[in-house]
Design a binder for this molecule. Structure first.
Ligand code: NAD
Length: 292
Protein backbone atom coordinates (compact mmCIF):
# COMPACT_ATOMS: atom_id res chain seq x y z
CA UNK A 1 0.00 0.00 0.00
CA UNK A 2 1.39 3.42 -0.96
CA UNK A 3 0.60 6.75 0.66
CA UNK A 4 -1.25 9.28 -1.48
CA UNK A 5 -0.10 12.25 0.63
CA UNK A 6 1.46 14.96 -1.49
CA UNK A 7 0.32 13.45 -4.80
CA UNK A 8 -1.34 15.76 -7.35
CA UNK A 9 -4.67 14.90 -8.96
CA UNK A 10 -7.20 16.23 -11.44
CA UNK A 11 -10.83 15.25 -10.79
CA UNK A 12 -13.26 16.09 -13.59
CA UNK A 13 -16.92 16.73 -12.79
CA UNK A 14 -16.09 17.43 -9.16
CA UNK A 15 -18.82 19.92 -8.22
CA UNK A 16 -21.53 17.42 -7.22
CA UNK A 17 -22.23 13.69 -7.17
CA UNK A 18 -19.50 11.08 -7.35
CA UNK A 19 -16.80 13.56 -8.37
CA UNK A 20 -17.51 15.62 -5.27
CA UNK A 21 -17.09 12.48 -3.12
CA UNK A 22 -13.85 11.55 -4.94
CA UNK A 23 -12.48 15.06 -4.36
CA UNK A 24 -13.34 14.94 -0.64
CA UNK A 25 -11.81 11.49 -0.19
CA UNK A 26 -8.60 12.45 -2.02
CA UNK A 27 -8.28 15.70 -0.04
CA UNK A 28 -8.68 13.71 3.18
CA UNK A 29 -5.68 11.59 2.09
CA UNK A 30 -3.54 14.72 1.62
CA UNK A 31 -3.75 14.80 -2.18
CA UNK A 32 -3.42 18.21 -3.87
CA UNK A 33 -6.28 18.76 -6.25
CA UNK A 34 -7.40 20.47 -9.41
CA UNK A 35 -11.18 20.27 -9.57
CA UNK A 36 -12.76 20.81 -12.97
CA UNK A 37 -16.44 21.34 -13.67
CA UNK A 38 -18.96 23.38 -15.64
CA UNK A 39 -20.73 24.36 -12.44
CA UNK A 40 -19.79 27.49 -10.53
CA UNK A 41 -20.13 25.77 -7.15
CA UNK A 42 -16.94 23.83 -7.86
CA UNK A 43 -15.25 27.02 -6.60
CA UNK A 44 -16.96 26.62 -3.21
CA UNK A 45 -15.82 23.02 -2.92
CA UNK A 46 -12.22 24.06 -3.63
CA UNK A 47 -12.41 26.78 -0.98
CA UNK A 48 -13.83 24.31 1.54
CA UNK A 49 -11.27 21.57 0.88
CA UNK A 50 -8.34 23.99 0.87
CA UNK A 51 -9.13 24.77 4.52
CA UNK A 52 -7.73 21.32 5.39
CA UNK A 53 -4.29 22.50 4.32
CA UNK A 54 -3.76 20.94 0.90
CA UNK A 55 -3.57 22.87 -2.34
CA UNK A 56 -6.93 22.82 -4.11
CA UNK A 57 -7.68 24.72 -7.29
CA UNK A 58 -11.02 24.95 -9.10
CA UNK A 59 -11.01 25.41 -12.87
CA UNK A 60 -14.22 25.78 -14.77
CA UNK A 61 -14.62 24.37 -18.25
CA UNK A 62 -16.22 21.78 -20.48
CA UNK A 63 -14.43 18.42 -20.67
CA UNK A 64 -15.71 18.00 -24.24
CA UNK A 65 -14.08 21.19 -25.54
CA UNK A 66 -10.43 20.85 -26.60
CA UNK A 67 -9.51 24.44 -25.77
CA UNK A 68 -11.04 24.16 -22.28
CA UNK A 69 -9.19 20.91 -21.64
CA UNK A 70 -5.87 22.35 -22.84
CA UNK A 71 -6.36 25.41 -20.64
CA UNK A 72 -7.31 23.32 -17.60
CA UNK A 73 -4.45 20.82 -17.96
CA UNK A 74 -1.89 23.61 -18.53
CA UNK A 75 -3.21 25.55 -15.53
CA UNK A 76 -3.25 22.40 -13.39
CA UNK A 77 0.42 21.70 -14.15
CA UNK A 78 1.31 25.34 -13.52
CA UNK A 79 -0.55 25.32 -10.20
CA UNK A 80 0.68 22.01 -8.79
CA UNK A 81 3.97 21.50 -10.64
CA UNK A 82 2.99 18.09 -11.99
CA UNK A 83 -0.03 15.81 -12.14
CA UNK A 84 0.14 12.09 -11.45
CA UNK A 85 -3.49 11.09 -10.86
CA UNK A 86 -6.41 11.67 -13.23
CA UNK A 87 -9.98 10.79 -12.25
CA UNK A 88 -12.03 10.98 -15.44
CA UNK A 89 -15.44 11.28 -13.83
CA UNK A 90 -17.42 14.07 -15.57
CA UNK A 91 -20.44 12.62 -17.26
CA UNK A 92 -23.96 13.34 -18.28
CA UNK A 93 -27.10 11.36 -19.01
CA UNK A 94 -30.03 11.60 -21.43
CA UNK A 95 -32.41 9.07 -22.94
CA UNK A 96 -31.78 7.95 -26.53
CA UNK A 97 -33.26 5.08 -28.51
CA UNK A 98 -32.50 3.22 -31.71
CA UNK A 99 -35.26 4.86 -33.75
CA UNK A 100 -34.80 8.45 -32.52
CA UNK A 101 -35.33 11.26 -34.99
CA UNK A 102 -31.95 12.03 -36.60
CA UNK A 103 -31.86 15.70 -35.54
CA UNK A 104 -32.57 14.81 -31.89
CA UNK A 105 -30.03 12.05 -32.14
CA UNK A 106 -27.27 14.29 -33.48
CA UNK A 107 -27.77 16.66 -30.53
CA UNK A 108 -27.81 13.68 -28.11
CA UNK A 109 -24.63 12.33 -29.70
CA UNK A 110 -22.82 15.63 -29.24
CA UNK A 111 -23.92 15.79 -25.60
CA UNK A 112 -23.44 12.17 -24.52
CA UNK A 113 -20.51 10.98 -26.61
CA UNK A 114 -19.11 14.52 -26.61
CA UNK A 115 -18.91 14.50 -22.80
CA UNK A 116 -18.69 10.89 -21.65
CA UNK A 117 -16.20 9.66 -24.25
CA UNK A 118 -14.63 12.76 -25.80
CA UNK A 119 -13.99 14.27 -22.36
CA UNK A 120 -12.04 11.19 -21.26
CA UNK A 121 -10.15 11.07 -24.55
CA UNK A 122 -9.25 14.79 -24.43
CA UNK A 123 -8.04 14.71 -20.81
CA UNK A 124 -5.96 11.64 -21.59
CA UNK A 125 -4.42 13.14 -24.71
CA UNK A 126 -3.70 16.44 -22.94
CA UNK A 127 -2.26 14.92 -19.76
CA UNK A 128 -0.53 11.66 -20.74
CA UNK A 129 2.42 13.35 -22.52
CA UNK A 130 3.04 15.35 -19.33
CA UNK A 131 2.79 12.21 -17.15
CA UNK A 132 5.27 10.43 -19.41
CA UNK A 133 7.62 13.39 -19.35
CA UNK A 134 7.69 13.79 -15.56
CA UNK A 135 8.33 10.06 -15.27
CA UNK A 136 6.85 9.50 -11.80
CA UNK A 137 4.26 7.03 -13.09
CA UNK A 138 0.73 7.49 -11.83
CA UNK A 139 -2.86 6.44 -12.23
CA UNK A 140 -5.78 7.11 -14.54
CA UNK A 141 -9.23 6.06 -13.30
CA UNK A 142 -12.12 6.20 -15.75
CA UNK A 143 -15.61 6.24 -14.25
CA UNK A 144 -17.92 3.97 -16.17
CA UNK A 145 -21.20 2.16 -15.66
CA UNK A 146 -22.35 -1.32 -14.74
CA UNK A 147 -24.24 -1.31 -18.05
CA UNK A 148 -20.93 -2.33 -19.55
CA UNK A 149 -20.23 -5.02 -17.05
CA UNK A 150 -23.24 -6.23 -15.10
CA UNK A 151 -21.00 -8.18 -12.85
CA UNK A 152 -17.39 -9.01 -13.47
CA UNK A 153 -16.87 -10.61 -10.09
CA UNK A 154 -16.30 -14.34 -10.41
CA UNK A 155 -18.59 -16.53 -8.32
CA UNK A 156 -15.79 -17.81 -6.12
CA UNK A 157 -14.85 -14.34 -4.82
CA UNK A 158 -18.29 -12.69 -4.77
CA UNK A 159 -19.47 -12.25 -1.18
CA UNK A 160 -23.00 -11.40 -2.32
CA UNK A 161 -23.55 -14.35 -4.61
CA UNK A 162 -26.57 -15.62 -2.66
CA UNK A 163 -28.41 -12.38 -3.29
CA UNK A 164 -27.15 -11.83 -6.82
CA UNK A 165 -29.80 -11.93 -9.54
CA UNK A 166 -27.12 -13.03 -12.00
CA UNK A 167 -25.73 -15.92 -10.01
CA UNK A 168 -26.46 -18.37 -12.83
CA UNK A 169 -24.01 -17.74 -15.65
CA UNK A 170 -23.92 -16.24 -18.18
CA UNK A 171 -24.27 -12.80 -16.63
CA UNK A 172 -25.59 -10.42 -19.24
CA UNK A 173 -24.28 -6.93 -19.73
CA UNK A 174 -26.86 -4.48 -18.57
CA UNK A 175 -28.05 -1.25 -20.17
CA UNK A 176 -31.50 -1.01 -21.54
CA UNK A 177 -33.02 0.19 -24.76
CA UNK A 178 -33.33 3.78 -23.62
CA UNK A 179 -29.72 4.86 -23.42
CA UNK A 180 -27.90 3.54 -26.47
CA UNK A 181 -25.65 6.62 -26.80
CA UNK A 182 -24.77 6.75 -23.09
CA UNK A 183 -23.81 3.09 -23.25
CA UNK A 184 -21.92 3.53 -26.53
CA UNK A 185 -19.84 6.31 -24.95
CA UNK A 186 -19.02 4.15 -21.92
CA UNK A 187 -18.12 1.16 -24.11
CA UNK A 188 -15.85 3.52 -26.05
CA UNK A 189 -14.25 4.56 -22.77
CA UNK A 190 -13.35 0.93 -22.20
CA UNK A 191 -11.50 0.87 -25.52
CA UNK A 192 -9.41 3.76 -24.22
CA UNK A 193 -8.92 2.04 -20.85
CA UNK A 194 -7.54 -1.15 -22.41
CA UNK A 195 -5.38 0.63 -25.00
CA UNK A 196 -3.95 3.11 -22.48
CA UNK A 197 -3.34 0.33 -19.97
CA UNK A 198 -1.17 -1.55 -22.46
CA UNK A 199 0.60 1.55 -23.78
CA UNK A 200 1.36 3.07 -20.39
CA UNK A 201 2.13 0.01 -18.24
CA UNK A 202 5.82 0.05 -19.34
CA UNK A 203 5.96 3.66 -18.13
CA UNK A 204 4.62 2.97 -14.64
CA UNK A 205 1.13 4.35 -15.25
CA UNK A 206 -1.93 2.24 -14.38
CA UNK A 207 -5.28 2.70 -16.11
CA UNK A 208 -8.40 1.18 -14.57
CA UNK A 209 -12.14 1.78 -14.85
CA UNK A 210 -14.80 1.67 -12.17
CA UNK A 211 -18.17 0.46 -13.40
CA UNK A 212 -20.77 2.06 -11.18
CA UNK A 213 -24.22 0.74 -10.42
CA UNK A 214 -26.93 3.10 -9.18
CA UNK A 215 -25.32 5.53 -6.73
CA UNK A 216 -26.89 8.49 -4.97
CA UNK A 217 -25.89 11.59 -6.94
CA UNK A 218 -27.27 14.71 -8.55
CA UNK A 219 -27.59 12.75 -11.80
CA UNK A 220 -29.50 9.83 -10.32
CA UNK A 221 -31.80 12.10 -8.31
CA UNK A 222 -32.43 14.07 -11.52
CA UNK A 223 -33.35 10.82 -13.28
CA UNK A 224 -36.08 10.45 -10.63
CA UNK A 225 -37.32 14.03 -11.00
CA UNK A 226 -35.43 15.01 -7.80
CA UNK A 227 -38.15 13.22 -5.83
CA UNK A 228 -37.08 9.60 -5.48
CA UNK A 229 -38.96 7.47 -2.97
CA UNK A 230 -37.07 6.62 0.23
CA UNK A 231 -37.41 2.95 -0.71
CA UNK A 232 -35.69 3.63 -4.03
CA UNK A 233 -32.92 5.67 -2.40
CA UNK A 234 -32.35 2.89 0.13
CA UNK A 235 -31.31 0.58 -2.74
CA UNK A 236 -28.66 2.98 -4.08
CA UNK A 237 -24.99 2.88 -3.24
CA UNK A 238 -23.37 5.82 -1.47
CA UNK A 239 -20.88 8.01 -3.34
CA UNK A 240 -18.58 7.97 -0.27
CA UNK A 241 -18.27 4.18 -0.51
CA UNK A 242 -17.36 4.41 -4.17
CA UNK A 243 -14.79 7.07 -3.26
CA UNK A 244 -13.22 4.69 -0.74
CA UNK A 245 -12.85 2.12 -3.54
CA UNK A 246 -10.98 4.73 -5.60
CA UNK A 247 -8.68 5.46 -2.65
CA UNK A 248 -8.03 1.74 -2.08
CA UNK A 249 -7.31 1.30 -5.79
CA UNK A 250 -4.84 4.21 -5.88
CA UNK A 251 -3.17 3.00 -2.68
CA UNK A 252 -2.32 -0.28 -4.42
CA UNK A 253 0.38 1.72 -6.22
CA UNK A 254 2.39 0.50 -9.21
CA UNK A 255 2.25 -3.12 -8.03
CA UNK A 256 -1.53 -3.12 -8.12
CA UNK A 257 -4.05 -4.19 -10.71
CA UNK A 258 -4.07 -2.64 -14.15
CA UNK A 259 -6.58 -2.63 -16.99
CA UNK A 260 -9.42 -3.87 -14.77
CA UNK A 261 -13.06 -2.89 -15.01
CA UNK A 262 -13.94 -2.87 -11.34
CA UNK A 263 -17.62 -3.52 -10.92
CA UNK A 264 -19.59 -1.95 -8.08
CA UNK A 265 -23.09 -3.28 -8.31
CA UNK A 266 -26.16 -2.63 -6.24
CA UNK A 267 -26.85 -5.31 -3.64
CA UNK A 268 -23.20 -5.87 -2.78
CA UNK A 269 -21.20 -3.65 -0.45
CA UNK A 270 -19.00 -1.36 -2.58
CA UNK A 271 -15.43 -2.34 -1.84
CA UNK A 272 -12.28 -3.17 -3.72
CA UNK A 273 -12.58 -6.90 -4.37
CA UNK A 274 -9.53 -9.09 -5.00
CA UNK A 275 -7.89 -8.51 -8.36
CA UNK A 276 -9.50 -10.41 -11.25
CA UNK A 277 -7.69 -12.46 -13.87
CA UNK A 278 -7.52 -10.64 -17.21
CA UNK A 279 -10.05 -11.63 -19.85
CA UNK A 280 -9.66 -9.04 -22.60
CA UNK A 281 -5.94 -8.29 -22.43
CA UNK A 282 -2.88 -10.39 -21.76
CA UNK A 283 -1.53 -10.45 -18.23
CA UNK A 284 1.95 -9.46 -19.45
CA UNK A 285 0.55 -6.44 -21.32
CA UNK A 286 -0.89 -5.09 -18.08
CA UNK A 287 2.24 -5.55 -15.98
CA UNK A 288 3.40 -2.17 -14.73
CA UNK A 289 7.11 -1.35 -14.72
CA UNK A 290 8.36 -0.45 -11.26
CA UNK A 291 9.68 2.88 -12.52
CA UNK A 292 7.72 5.46 -14.41
N1 NAD B 1 -24.71 7.95 -10.15
C1 NAD B 1 -24.84 6.79 -10.78
O1 NAD B 1 -25.72 5.96 -10.47
C2 NAD B 1 -23.88 6.42 -11.89
C3 NAD B 1 -23.98 5.13 -12.41
C4 NAD B 1 -23.11 4.77 -13.42
C5 NAD B 1 -22.14 5.65 -13.86
N2 NAD B 1 -22.08 6.91 -13.34
C6 NAD B 1 -21.04 7.80 -13.87
O2 NAD B 1 -20.39 8.46 -12.81
C7 NAD B 1 -19.95 9.74 -13.25
C8 NAD B 1 -20.46 10.81 -12.28
O3 NAD B 1 -21.88 10.76 -12.33
P1 NAD B 1 -22.78 11.37 -11.19
O4 NAD B 1 -23.89 10.42 -10.99
O5 NAD B 1 -21.96 11.80 -10.04
O6 NAD B 1 -23.35 12.63 -11.98
P2 NAD B 1 -23.70 14.11 -11.43
O7 NAD B 1 -24.56 14.71 -12.48
O8 NAD B 1 -24.23 14.01 -10.07
O9 NAD B 1 -22.29 14.83 -11.43
C9 NAD B 1 -21.59 14.98 -12.66
C10 NAD B 1 -20.68 16.19 -12.56
O10 NAD B 1 -20.02 16.32 -13.83
C11 NAD B 1 -20.15 17.66 -14.27
N3 NAD B 1 -20.14 17.71 -15.73
C12 NAD B 1 -21.07 17.19 -16.56
N4 NAD B 1 -20.74 17.45 -17.82
C13 NAD B 1 -19.58 18.15 -17.80
C14 NAD B 1 -18.74 18.71 -18.81
N5 NAD B 1 -19.05 18.61 -20.10
N6 NAD B 1 -17.62 19.36 -18.41
C15 NAD B 1 -17.31 19.48 -17.10
N7 NAD B 1 -18.07 18.97 -16.12
C16 NAD B 1 -19.19 18.32 -16.46
C17 NAD B 1 -21.47 18.13 -13.69
O11 NAD B 1 -21.57 19.55 -13.67
C18 NAD B 1 -21.46 17.50 -12.32
O12 NAD B 1 -20.79 18.28 -11.38
C19 NAD B 1 -20.46 9.91 -14.67
O13 NAD B 1 -19.44 9.63 -15.60
C20 NAD B 1 -21.59 8.90 -14.76
O14 NAD B 1 -21.81 8.46 -16.08
C21 NAD B 1 -22.93 7.31 -12.36
Amino acid sequence: MVSLRGRNAIVTGAAVGLGNAYARALAAQGVNLVLCDLREDVDDLATELARNGGRVVALRGDVGKPNDVRRIVDAAIAALGSIDLLINNAGTWAGSVADDDLDKSIADYEKLVGTNLKGVYLFGRALIPHMLEHGHGGDIVNISTDHVNTCGTPFHVCPGNDRCPWKDAPRPTSGGTIMDLYDAAKWGMHGLTFAWCKALAPKGIRVNAICMGATDSHMLRGFHGFDPSPDEVATWMRAEDSAQVVIDLLEEGPGGRNGEHINLCVGRRPRLEPELPHVYILEEDARVSARG
